[in-house]
Design a protein around this ligand. Structure first.
Ligand code: 13P
Ligand code: SF4
Length: 308
């Protein structure tokens, strides 16, 4: 029986080697999983890495839509989501029926779908984006009329940066980022007056308006590393702090609110990874008819450069 974190981490690495598998972890995952992952990254980076990898088995420590995206891009690989119940509440706010109703209402709009969405919703969209490339995706669309789903905050962020486009949006949001308020940021600035404020575009516009910089999770790593400041207030899910602190031991990071915790991103444990690799269970697939449509939106997303 494995009892310590180190024993479990070692067992995961043994099983990964046996199964010719790699472990991908999102930046919000538990520290003990990030520590032993082959790649830790944001939604865009992990999709690209998974699709390009030679590994036959991809273990995805993240949420359901991320594992689906890997399968859509690389259907010959076995994609494992160790905690199969780890979903994204924002992705679940929209479904194909709701999107079809919007398409009927706005027939001449190009649908940009945030990657935090189901495969079926991606299949009904024209192009996907992540927070890491939303601005270049929106700027690159010829049509001036754009409908964004499901995150209204990401859409408002795009609308503010690309005012020449007529952008409409669905009323979805990330419950975790939505809990962060302008009052939290103001209080954090009082507590840490020298600190630079960095937040995710899933935050409410009242919050992003108070930030020095708004970017994806991986964008945050490079921003804080390159910035000469020594203190940062971070407005995204708490899991990001692990690597930030490890990579920047001379800098201090303060979470903008203790409410910034995504329960779904914390569901995956080392035990789940061990169980799923031992039994080769919790495999994610997508029906082929859906996959063939969804891949078109995802490949366009991958081809778009990161935001400047
Ligand atoms: P990124 O890693 O793409 O910034 O995503 C944030 C997020 O909320 C993923 O669920
Ligand atoms: Fe979904 Fe928000 Fe959790 Fe990301 S942080 S998985 S967008 S609920």
């Amino acid at each position: 029986m494995l009892t310590t974190v180190q024993e479990k981490q070692q067992r995961v690495r043994e099983l990964l080697a046996e199964r010719k598998a790699i472990l991908l972890a999102h930046n919000y995952q538990r520290a003990e999983i990030q520590e032993i992952a082959d790649i830790v990254g944001d939604s865009l980076g992990l999709s690209i890495e998974a699709a390009n990898s030679d590994a036959e088995v991809i273990v995805f420590a993240g949420v359901h839509f991320m594992a689906e995206s890997v399968y859509i891009l690389a259907p010959h690989k076995t994609v494992i989501l160790p905690a199969l119940q780890a979903g994204c509440p924002m992705a679940n706010m929209i479904n194909p029926e709701k999107l079809q109703a919007l398409r009927d209402e706005y027939p001449d709009y190009t649908v940009v779908c945030y990657v935090n969405s189901s495969a079926a919703v991606k299949a009904l969209s024209d192009i996907c984006c992540t927070s890491g490339n939303v601005l270049s995706v929106v700027k690159g669309i010829e049509n001036d009329k754009i409908l964004m789903v499901p995150d209204k905050n990401l859409a408002k962020f795009a609308a503010a940066h690309v005012p020449e486009k007529d952008i409409k949006w669905f009323d979805g949001f990330c419950p975790t980022h939505h809990r962060l308020t302008a009052a939290d940021i103001r209080q954090s600035k009082i507590d840490h007056p020298e600190a630079i404020v960095v937040v995710h575009p899933e935050c409410d516009p009242e919050v992003t308006a108070l930030a020095d910089h708004v970017c994806s999770t991986s964008g945050m790593y490079s921003y804080v590393e390159q910035h000469s400041a020594k203190q940062f207030i971070i407005g995204t899910e708490s899991g990001i702090l692990f690597r930030m602190r490890r990579e920047n031991p001379d800098k201090e990071f303060f979470l903008a609110s203790r409410k910034l915790l995504c329960p779904n991103m914390k569901l995956t444990t080392l035990d789940d990874i061990i169980d799923s690799l031992e039994t080769m269970s919790n495999i994610v697939t997508v029906p082929e008819s859906v996959r063939l449509k969804a891949i078109q939106s995802l490949e366009k997303m991958i081809a778009a450069p990161r935001n400047e």
